[in-house]
Write a protein that binds this ligand. Structure first.
Ligand SMILES: Cc1ncc(COP(=O)(O)O)c(C=O)c1O
Length: 447
């Protein structure tokens, strides 16, 4: 019977240990770390590589794409993404492959040169801070950490950041110059900002006149269900509330076409676009327009992009479902264990009992499963509750995802059993731990 853990007996814990050792013995090498597209997803864009062909390379606005020039990007590429960026084509900039690079550069330009709002460069205004909804994207936090920008965590709720907290912070503190926002299918929680949250971000009073929303719409068209969720247009709302220069909007085709050879996009007010292009002048004589042209020829129009994203969804949705099913089977009744059920994007966020995330990641590593380091979802890698783990199921193939999800669930059970060996009032946990420990052992033996 399965009361061993609740009575403090080592039996159930040892059952889990047996299951864990059996899992280890499979000698698996699984990786659930970075949200990369799988090779099958990259294959969906294979045709891109044969475009525009040896005699191509001509665009209506700049002529020969093989040459220098076209700083803002081809008009056809800007038109193609204008709807997704929520801006007219003349307020869109197309750059080379990485939107993260654009975000990094706009932060650095603001530090060194100031924004288009005429204030001093941020670096000459004393301490600078950014609001960081948590859990969030580690690379956003890394940009701040690298340039000495203080990070202020704010809670990410079901409909977006906690706006009472955000409004009160930005109203009082003029050192707060920016805020990271992933408004649709956030990394890692899958959160979609409600229209009300977006409107409050556009309307709120900020003590800093040169405050910027870093609106990273990385997952704008990355739906995992048939519902193509739309969010409010931050550029239009900011104009309406008298803050046209507040949002800097970013996106890319990294997870639409080729992650290493896609296009990155920026959109903003006319003044922000002018400001950014002026910053480009000492940096480049123009982007890779051949790549822009081949994207235009391959994707054709917004409907073409959405059709391609449906094909990505067909590959991705079963992987997400497999993880969700596995967690539901193994972890549903374990106290303090929760996970998100995203409707899009690239991640599932798994919360384990307090103080257990690092241990789960370590156990997983010893069992051949690489997970994103615990804490990566928080500024400076410091998750004060040591709870949140980012799960990225996109890259491995489906059977590997299934094995990895089983392994992660087992590690959660084992870490919880280690941490709370005789936790009072946790009968469901005990039952679950014991039952699934045995299941694990059986499936390990049959593998
Ligand atoms: C929220 C978010 N922004 C940006 C990126 C990187 O974008 P890019 O490939 O365009 O640099 C990622 C990649 O995982 C991401 O999750």
């Amino acid at each position: 019977m399965t009361h061993a853990i609740s009575t403090g007996s080592p039996n159930t814990h040892s059952t889990l240990q047996d299951a864990y050792r059996a899992f280890q013995a499979r000698g698996l090498k699984l990786n659930l770390t970075r949200g990369k597209p799988s090779p099958a997803q990259l294959d969906l864009s294979a045709e891109l590589l044969s475009l525009p062909g040896a005699t191509g390379g001509y665009a209506e606005d700049i002529g020969d794409c093989r040459n220098y020039g076209g700083l803002q990007g081809l008009a056809a590429a800007r038109r193609l993404f204008s709807g997704i960026m929520g801006a007219p084509a003349d307020q869109v900039v197309v750059a080379n492959n990485s939107s993260l690079a654009l975000m990094h550069d706009t932060v650095v330009y603001s530090l060194l040169k100031g924004t288009c709002d005429g204030a001093l460069p941020w670096s000459r205004q004393g301490e600078i801070a950014f609001l960081c909804p948590v859990p969030g994207y580690d690379r956003h936090f890394k940009i701040c950490a690298d340039y000495g920008i203080r990070m202020i965590p704010v809670a990410l709720r079901e409909n977006g950041p906690d706006m009472d907290e955000v409004e009160s912070l930005v109203a009082q503190d003029s050192s707060i110059k920016g805020m990271w926002c992933v408004p649709k299918y956030s990394n890692p929680t899958g959160t979609v900002y409600s229209d009300a949250v977006t409107e409050r971000l556009a309307a709120m009073k900020t003590a800093a006149p040169d405050f910027r929303l870093y609106w990273d719409n990385a997952y704008a068209v990355h739906h995992l269900t048939e519902q193509r969720i739309a969010i409010a247009n931050i550029l239009e709302l900011s104009v309406r509330h008298g803050h046209p220069n507040r949002p800097l909007v970013f996106a890319s085709t990294s997870k639409i076409t080729l992650a290493g050879a896609g296009l990155a996009f920026f959109a903003g007010s006319k003044e922000n676009v002018k400001w950014l292009l002026a910053r480009f002048i000492p940096r480049t004589i123009g982007p890779d327009k051949i790549n822009q042209l081949r994207h235009v020829l391959f994707l054709k129009d917004e409907e073409g992009i959405l059709r391609l994203m449906d094909r990505h969804r067909a590959l991705l949705a079963p992987k997400f479902q497999t993880v969700l099913d596995s967690f539901a089977n193994k972890l549903a009744h374990v106290p303090d264990v929760n996970w998100t059920r995203p409707k899009g994007g690239y991640f599932i966020s798994l919360d384990v009992p307090r103080g257990c995330a690092r241990r789960v990641v370590a156990l997983a590593k010893q069992a051949g499963i690489e997970l994103t380091p615990a804490g990566a979802t928080h500024p400076h890698g410091n998750d004060p509750e040591d709870r949140t783990i980012r799960i990225a199921p996109t890259f491995p193939d489906l059977p590997e995802v299934a094995q990895a999800a089983e392994g992660v669930a087992l590690c959660v059970l084992l870490a919880a059993a280690e941490k709370f060996p005789a936790q009072a009032g946790a009968p469901a946990s005990v039952e679950t731990v014991a039952r699934h420990g045995s299941d694990e052992l059986r499936s390990a033996e049959s593998a």
